[in-house]
Write a protein that binds this ligand. Structure first.
Ligand code: NZQ
Ligand code: ZN
Length: 388
């Protein structure tokens, strides 16, 4: 186990009706006037936005709204939000939505106190030193942004989709009401499940050995996700299954599954290139990436794939390579069972430019990537090819 710091300052408020506590929680964080950020309209249609506004009213907190965040959010709305916050002397952000909305709110939060262009943070030429407080009302368990230190934004110039990591961006509180996820379309539910599984696997596939406690946590979260997923797919109004999936999504990405070892994140980089260029749903891109990544690792470094196969899928084969290949098959069957794609074509990308994808990835992250098994550009190209 390597040395680590584990910092998860977010207060989670979980359960039915909890969105009505938004105002009270915001007040406790010192917010007096907030900008509510939301997406393309699901929060409006469900009446959630009204309930959040009423709760802020009751707590005596003023608010403005900024809607229209689209999936795979871009920098233009962040810029608009920063301008509003400065002009209106806003002192906090309330995100009502999923990862795209929460990330937009977090980006605004770090951008407001910074005198330069907030894009500097993503370019690596400046470090976040301050941020407005952010509260999240989560409507889709997926990205885990409600508890993470990460902000994923696409900078339109150059189509750079990249994660910025800073503890200052971690939400002060996150409201998790599983009932808010009842309205999710099946594809979004499934994509969320794929994303949270990916967040665990990015931490599971680590070069650091002998971190049994973290391995077991990862395997527990993955097993729960795989067991609960068919229930939410079959019965979207099953509160208990929705609750289990919602908490799994947060656990998968708030840091607990990565303690004591080096994480990977190469698969996310591969997916971010795909969604930056082709605008696909992040979780759906990840089932394609992981179908290939696991198969590649089953051949080149099977040990951890075999462990996953045995402990999560109950494979009892002794030989590592054989067990790993069985695990890959089981994972692919799982993705397919919830309607997630396994190939570029199933993802809706008929002619992906593989050279461009691999070239962009290595330009952004360097010649050698992937902590679990160091890889160079030809290897990345081969893994992209396995997604055809
Ligand atoms: O825009 P609206 O109308 O709200 O519709 C959204 C959107 O179309 C819809 N939706 C959300 N909640 C709903 C709902 N529809 C009906 N009922 C509800 N209750 O779902 C669609 C997807 O929303 P989005 O926020 O894009 O989903 P997700 O949470 O998967 O976020 C994806 C983004 O997060 C980034 C991804 O790259 C992507 O940009 N990530 C952020 C991370 C982080 N900050 O820690 C980590 C992740 O790995 C990920 O990269
Ligand atoms: Zn993700």
């Amino acid at each position: 186990m390597i040395n680590f710091e584990y910092y998860t300052p977010t207060k989670y408020i979980f359960g039915k009706g909890t969105e009505c506590a938004t105002g009270e929680k915001a007040k406790a964080c010192g917010m007096n006037k907030v900008l509510i950020v939301y997406g393309k309209g699901s929060a409006l249609r469900s009446g959630l936005l009204n309930r959040v506004e009423a709760s802020l009213d009751t707590a005596g907190i003023g608010f403005l709204t900024l809607g229209g965040v689209k999936p795979n959010p871009e920098d233009d709305l962040v810029e608009e939000g920063i301008a509003i916050c400065r002009r209106e002397h806003v002192d906090g952000l309330i995100a009502v939505g999923g990862g795209s909305v929460i990330d937009t709110a977090k980006a605004i939060a770090v951008g407001v106190p910074y005198s330069g262009d907030f894009r500097d943070f993503w370019a690596g030429s400046a470090t976040v030193a301050a941020a407005l407080p952010v509260g999240a009302v989560l409507t889709i368990p997926a990205a885990g942004s409600e508890g993470s230190n990460s902000i994923v934004i696409t900078i339109r110039e150059g189509l750079i989709k990249k994660s910025l990591r800073t503890d200052l961006a971690r939400p002060k509180f996150a409201i998790l009401n599983p009932e808010l996820t009842f309205t999710l379309p099946p594809y979004q539910t499934a994509a969320g499940i794929s994303d949270m599984l990916a967040h665990v696997m990015e931490r599971y596939f680590s070069p650091t050995e002998d971190v049994e406690i973290t391995d077991r946590l990862c395997e527990g979260v993955m097993s729960a996700i795989i067991e609960e997923a068919p229930k939410v797919m079959a019965r979207p109004l099953d509160y208990q299954a929705r609750a289990n999936i919602m908490w799994s999504g947060t656990m998968a990405h708030n840091g607990i599954c990565g303690c004591g070892r080096c994480e990977d994140w190469y698969s996310h980089w591969m997916e971010h290139e795909i969604s930056a260029l082709y605008g696909v749903t992040h979780g759906a891109g990840l089932s394609v990436v992981f179908s290939a990544y696991l198969a590649y690792m089953a051949e080149h470094k099977p040990v951890k794939v075999a462990q996953l196969a045995r402990r999560v899928f109950g494979v009892d084969t002794v030989d590592n390579t054989e067990a790993a290949h069985k695990g890959v098959r089981r994972m692919r069957e799982f993705y397919a069972s919830i309607g997630m794609p396994l190939t570029f074509r199933q993802l809706g990308v008929d002619n992906p430019d593989l050279e461009l994808l691999a070239g962009r990835l290595h330009k952004l992250y360097g010649d050698t990537v992937c902590n679990y098994l160091p890889l160079r550009q030809p290897d990345t190209l081969e893994i992209y090819r396995m997604m055809l």
